[in-house]
Design a protein around this ligand. Sequence first.
Ligand code: 13P
Length: 232
Amino acid sequence: MKFIVGNWKMNGTSESRGALLKSIRNVITNNKIVVCLPFILICGNDFGVTLGAQDISEHDNGAYTGDISGQMLNDANVKYVIVGHSERRTYHHETNEIVRAKATAAIKNKIVPIICVGESTEEKNSGRTMSAVKKMLLESIPLSGEFIVAYEPYWAIGSGKTPSGSEIADVFETIRKALSNAGRDDVALLYGGSVNATNAKEIVNIKNVDGLLVGGASLKSDTFLPIIKSID
Ligand code: 13P
């Protein structure tokens, strides 16, 4: 079983949500399909598709204007939440410490956090990919509970560029070893960054890759369904 997770980011309407979820509901697959919607499109959820969110507050409730808590997400039947996406780390200045607190809040509310890690262009160009990813990983993961890790190189997101198969294999081996040394051999690892129907199958078959986190191509059934169908 592989994970195929869509991240809609700040895109979509109730109409486009309806169209995509309707097409996914009818697909026969052995894989776990999750769609991470903007908060406002999660509500009223009885869509027959496993839903995720794209952020969570580290707090349970209270005076945090604009934030959404794990209690609220759980109440809306959300099962997964992306935390530490590079866009949140960059535009909302989320640190590893905040990401860990958000992952912990998710677990407390029976939601599985998908913790994103990746290197910047500068880190890649200066040969620091492994050390950057490992540091971000070990400082962002919670101390216990179920979680998933998504490796998303910053420079691959929305760029049409992906690392080579051997680069992906090397980073996943580093992540796997780091998690194993931390006593966690049970964590699913996803790849994200410019996944499409042409490269999905090849990437998901790389050693240690348990699934995909798909951005732009998850918005429409024309592009998301071929990815889902390409993976047995
Ligand atoms: P793209 O698939 O659009 O490159 O986005 C990847 C991503 O950021 C998923 O979280």
